[in-house]
Design a protein around this ligand. Structure first.
Ligand SMILES: [Zn+2]
Length: 116
């Protein structure tokens, strides 16, 4: 790959494993890791290609959690979420997700308006 900062050609440095949680369960990915000596920065290009969230819980789980949490208090939302999906999500995680998604949506809306 080419470094997105300085444009140097980078060789694969390593293979890194990462486990993410999705609505279809846990998935362990083995993806190539690149490091730019010039920028002192590491990259996992597959994460971007797959549009992975930086957090363990992926967007589908975040959306599902947020939908439930929008209607119910966090502790109840957590209970229902676990019942329906068999996956765990703490009420703290739910709280964070709702906050993050609201922020992301507000950002998208603002950007969309600017383009018009
Ligand atoms: Zn670079």
């Amino acid at each position: 790959m080419v470094c997105p900062n300085c444009g140097r050609v980078l060789n694969r440095r390593d293979i890194h494993e990462r486990t993410v949680e999705t609505m279809i369960g846990e998935i362990t990915l083995r993806r190539p890791y690149f490091y730019c000596e010039n920028c002192k920065k590491g990259f996992h290009p597959l994460d971007d290609a797959l549009i992975l969230s930086d957090t363990v819980k992926q967007w589908d789980m975040q959306e599902a959690g947020a939908s439930v949490a929008a209607e119910l208090p966090y502790n109840k939302a957590q209970e229902i979420f676990e019942e329906l999906t068999g996956l765990s999500m703490s009420d703290h995680a739910m709280h964070d997700i709702v906050g993050d998604l609201c922020e992301a949506r507000a950002h998208t809306t603002r950007r969309g308006e600017g383009e018009r």
